[in-house]
Design a protein around this ligand. Sequence first.
Ligand SMILES: NC(=O)c1ccc[n+]([C@@H]2O[C@H](COP(=O)([O-])OP(=O)(O)OC[C@H]3O[C@@H](n4cnc5c(N)ncnc54)[C@H](O)[C@@H]3O)[C@@H](O)[C@H]2O)c1
Length: 373
Amino acid sequence: MIVGSVKEIKVHEYRVGLIPPHVSVFVSMGHDVIIESGAGEGSGYTDDEYVEAGARIIATAQEVWATCEMMVKVKEPLESEYDLLKDNLILYTYLHLAANTPLTQALLKHKVTSIAYETITDDFGGLPLLKPMSEVAGRLSVQEGAKYLEKPFGGRGVLLAGVPGVPKAKVVIIGGGVVGTNAAKIAVGMGADVSILDRSNRRLEQLDNMFGNTIQTLYSTPAILASQLETADLVIGAVLIPGASAPKLVKREMLKNMRQGSVIVDVAIDQGGCIETSHITYHDDPTFVVDGVVHYCVANMPGATPRTSTQALTNATLDYGLKIAAHPINGLMLEDKHLANGLNTYRGYCVNHEVALATGVAYTPLKSLLTLL
Ligand SMILES: NC(=O)c1ccc[n+]([C@@H]2O[C@H](COP(=O)([O-])OP(=O)(O)OC[C@H]3O[C@@H](n4cnc5c(N)ncnc54)[C@H](O)[C@@H]3O)[C@@H](O)[C@H]2O)c1
């Protein structure tokens, strides 16, 4: 199989779909790997490193798209790339098609076999290719929060750990899933006083077992949340209701009771945010202030640390990618239900029910299609 990867063209996207150590794995399995010149630069990988790993460097993205049989990317193709899509291409990347009717139509028109990272499942009911980015965002949320608590960045000027004789800062984490747990690890490590609120008793029990006395677990109700906010220095929004917009748990009127210069990092902003006053911001101007509270609401936080994020993402995508490259799609999808869940479009048919519903295109169950072909 000819496997390709190109430079991401989305603004401020520095990750890359394939890294040199993984290229050598593809090559050792007999695949031919082609990489657009400069594709890895944003993540700190040079063309020479790709060549050493066994890839061929290609001058233009157009040529990579035209030559490869399987394209491994990070983000969805942008409009300027739609005409590069082609019959029978396997596209393996984040797609988020439910929110993107034009791309869904382009993939169907060009009969692309598209496999979306975000819909591949695992045996534990999880989404293994979303998890690494939640881990990065969770850890980063405390790092960013600590920075914006500094006075020159608009914060109230407190140090998370305090010092002997001076209290630690209080970090309140709303939602104790992957983001919340990773935020807690960093906040505890930095010496803060940490509370995690969740609505799942099972999750609260797991967190208690994981962190012991180093954190406080709290069942989340509006009253408990309101009282926690009053004494918080840093609030991390990390709630998720799968398939739905994030609930607005922190209401505007609650901000009035918060400390001036306290900081909210609304990680859930990519699902609309769980703070009523949040709106999406970007890495070049990530914060704004409402009622004296600093808000950080970047929807693609892992983009700030492309080297780490690329390594974490590609570690998770490699094994599925190798499987896809090694087997005919038909048989593979019949055998592997988790990869079949990742398949969004196939030979001009939309095989993901949620994507079809959200975009208004016709839905064709994959099973019926595979038996017909
Ligand atoms: N901004 C970014 O760059 C970025 C990056 C990665 C993930 N995210 C987002 O972060 C959010 C969290 O992701 P995750 O992977 O941790 O999800 P997760 O499913 O692992 O965790 C979500 C947690 O929220 C809890 N929850 C649900 N309703 C609640 C409520 N009313 N009160 C308190 N807790 C509640 C759930 O019980 C669960 O433990 C998602 O919206 C995700 O898309 C954003």
